[in-house]
Ligand binder design. Structure first.
Ligand code: PMP
Length: 297
C-alpha cells in the first residue's frame, strides 16, 4: 500500500504513517468502538484546537473511555505530530479506541483504551474545481443513524449509512450525498453539516447531527456579520428552494453546493452570502483567539 506523507503517534512512539499499524483485535477496528476528532492546521497554526479537544474529551467520557494522557499531553502530542511532519497545512486526526482486552473478553470494561494521533497533508471534502463551481449533491433516501441509537454529539465512525448515500449519489451522477433524519428532514452528509440561505437568512438542522465546530464557527461569524442564522428542522423542499446552499467541515471549511439532484440552487453559481462567509471564515484564522502556532523544531 502507499500512504500520504505524515507522522503518527501510537503506543508511545512517533512513526511515519506507513509504519503506524493497529492490532486486528482492537475494538475500534472490529466494532467501530471509538471516538475521534479532526482539527486542521493552517499556515502553521491549529484553528480552534480547544473546541476540538473539548468535544473529544467529552466524547470519551460519554463512551466510558480513558487514556493515560491529560489535555496538556494530548496538545503536546498533536503539536509533535505536525512539527515532525513539517507540514504547514495539515489534517490532524486523534482517536481513542476501546482497544483490546488481554483475554478477548466481550466486556468493554476489560479493554485497555488506545490513543492514536496523526498529521497528514490537508485534504478538503471538495476539490478546487468544486469549490469554484459548487458541489453537485444528491438528497438520498437514506436515513442517518438516529440519535436514539448513536449519539451524534460524540464524533464516531458509524459511516455505513453515509457511504451508502455516497454510492447512491454517484449512481445518479452527483458528487456527494445529503442524508435525511427519521422524520424526513435534512440531517447531514459524509463529513459535513448542511446550511440553506433564503432571503438573506441562514438555517441549519438543529439536532440529530454532529455539532460541527465549523457549524459553530458559522454561528459565530453570522453574529459578527449581523446575519440571521437559526437552527431548526429543514425540509428537503426548503433546501431545493434555497437561494444558496453550503456545507461545512473542518476538512474544507465552507463549501458551496450549486446543484441538488437535478435542481440548480439559486442562480446555479456560488452565491454572495456563501462567498462572504467563506472569506470571513478564512479571515477568522488570523484571530489569535482561535490560533495556536505549531512549535516547529
Ligand atoms: N457531520 C459529520 C458526520 C462529520 O463527520 C463531520 C466532520 N468530519 C461534520 C459533520 C463537520 O464537523 P466539523 O465542522 O467539526 O468538522
Amino acid at each position: 500500500a502507499t500512504y500520504p506523507p505524515g507522522i503518527a503517534f501510537m503506543d508511545g512512539q512517533y512513526l511515519p504513517i506507513s509504519e503506524a499499524k493497529i492490532s486486528v483485535l482492537d475494538n475500534g477496528f472490529l466494532h467501530s468502538d471509538a471516538t475521534y476528532d479532526v482539527v486542521h492546521v493552517w499556515k502553521g497554526a491549529f484553528f480552534r484546537l480547544d473546541d476540538h479537544l473539548d468535544r473529544f474529551f467529552s466524547g470519551m467520557e460519554k463512551l466510558h473511555m480513558s487514556i493515560p494522557f491529560g489535555r496538556a499531553e494530548v496538545i503536546e502530542i498533536l503539536h509533535n505530530c505536525v512539527a515532525l511532519s513539517g507540514l504547514e497545512d495539515a489534517y490532524v486526526e486523534f482517536i481513542c479506541t476501546r482497544g483490546t482486552s488481554p483475554t478477548f473478553s466481550r466486556d468493554p470494561r476489560d479493554a485497555v483504551n488506545r490513543f492514536i494521533a496523526f498529521a497528514i497533508p490537508f485534504g478538503s471534502v471538495a476539490n478546487p474545481e468544486q469549490m469554484s463551481r459548487g458541489l453537485h449533491a444528491a438528497i438520498t433516501e437514506f436515513v442517518r443513524i438516529p440519535p436514539s441509537s448513536v449519539d451524534p454529539t460524540v464524533k464516531n465512525y458509524h459511516w455505513l449509512d453515509l457511504v451508502k448515500g455516497l454510492y447512491a449519489a454517484y449512481a445518479q451522477g452527483a458528487e456527494t450525498a445529503i442524508l435525511l433524519d427519521a422524520n424526513g428532514n435534512i440531517a447531514e452528509g459524509p463529513g459535513f453539516n448542511v446550511f440553506a440561505v433564503k432571503d438573506g437568512k441562514i438555517s441549519t438542522p438543529k439536532s440529530g447531527v454532529l455539532m460541527g465546530i465549523t457549524r459553530q464557527t458559522i454561528f459565530d461569524l453570522c453574529a459578527e456579520l449581523q446575519i440571521t442564522c437559526a437552527a431548526h428542522d429543514l425540509a428537503p423542499s426548503e433546501l431545493r428552494a434555497a437561494d444558496e446552499v453550503f456545507v461545512t467541515s473542518t476538512a474544507g471549511g465552507v463549501m458551496p453546493v450549486t446543484k441538488i439532484d437535478e435542481t440548480s440552487i439559486g442562480t446555479g453559481s456560488v452565491g454572495p452570502l456563501t462567498n462572504e462567509i467563506t472569506e470571513a471564515y478564512w479571515r477568522m484564522h488570523e484571530n489569535d483567539r482561535f490560533r495556536q502556532a505549531i512549535r516547529y523544531p
